[in-house]
Ligand binder design. Structure first.
Ligand code: AMP
Length: 283
């Protein structure tokens, strides 16, 4: 795996692959890699000639008082994991490689980016959209791979790529979970053993809602209250939101006739967790 530490090193890599006519797949990450990230790399390796990942803990997507300073960093381990997963190159930029001095331009995807997580993390999706736009321009991938674990993030990036006519295809892939249902997340590292047990409340809430919809429930509000109840029954007190939305676009729905997505965000101890599930209608 080639290590590319600067814009210039990346530019040479991109030009060489372009000359050779190779199709590149891109997996942007913030590091502290787990099987969720690696599933994206493996899928990219199956469908593209070359896979390039990036690790950049993007300061502009963290709000004041959030976990930017303590976000887990484990570069040596990440490099080994990426290499084993079939990654050909890793872009490890410094802040100045991403944001040039005097940078003023930001990408806002509104209103999508100010709802749900955006309402609780003002500026978050502006930071995400801006860094992903910059990374797309630098890496110039044909395909970019994202996890549906961050469902709203994928929706924001798809919207941005379509609205700005970016020549990249966005691929959203399924959430990888631990055997007991907890969605893998770099932030799970913050959880103490009792908190790890309580965090299962999120996947329990999703499963209960999915069962209700399979059994005929079609009212968005009823599904939301059921999921909220499961969270509180597990002692989760600080719930940011529980929302049934149209899959893909995240538009509001009341009664639904197509499988919607249920999205959750809640705090367990000091850790903010998110999860989501498509609620299939069943027979
Ligand atoms: P992050 O490092 O948290 O910015 O995540 C980088 C990419 O990995 C994003 O596209 C995430 O959606 C994806 N990802 C994170 N957790 C998971 C997971 N459990 N399953 C699948 N993809 C994931």
């Amino acid at each position: 795996m080639e290590l590319l530490n600067t814009r210039e090193e990346l530019r040479r890599w991109v030009e060489q692959h372009r000359r050779e006519g190779l199709i590149t797949g891109f997996v942007p990450t913030m590091g502290a890699l787990h099987e969720g990230h690696l599933s994206l790399v493996r899928q990219a390796a199956r469908t593209c000639d070359r896979v390039i990942a990036s690790i950049f803990v993007n300061p502009t997507q963290f709000g004041p008082g959030e976990d930017f300073d303590r976000y887990p960093r484990q570069e040596a381990q990440d490099r080994a994991l990426l290499e084993q997963a079939g990654c050909h190159a890793l872009f490890l930029p410094g802040v100045a490689d991403i944001y040039p001095p005097g940078q003023q331009t930001m990408v806002r995807v509104e209103p999508l980016g100010s709802e749900l997580c955006g309402a609780f993390r003002p500026g978050h999706f502006q930071g995400v959209a801006t860094v992903v736009a910059i990374l797309f321009n630098l890496v110039q991938p044909r395909f970019a791979f994202f996890g549906n674990k961050d469902y709203q993030q994928v929706a924001v990036i798809r919207r941005m790529a379509a609205d700005l006519a970016m020549p990249v295809e966005i691929v959203g892939l399924p959430t990888v979970r631990d055997a007991d249902g907890l969605a893998l997340s770099s932030r799970n590292a913050y959880l103490s053993p009792p908190e790890r047990a309580q965090a299962l409340a999120l996947s329990h809430a999703l499963k209960a809602a999915a069962a209700a919809v399979r059994n005929g429930e079609r009212d968005g509000k009823a599904v939301e209250s059921l999921a909220r109840q499961v969270l509180t029954d597990h002692g989760v007190e600080r719930i940011d939101y529980v929302a049934v939305r149209r899959a893909g676009t995240l538009e509001a729905v009341e009664r639904f006739s197509e499988a919607p997505v249920l999205l959750l965000a809640a705090h367990v101890g000091k850790t903010r967790l998110i999860d989501n599930m498509i609620l299939s209608l069943g027979k």
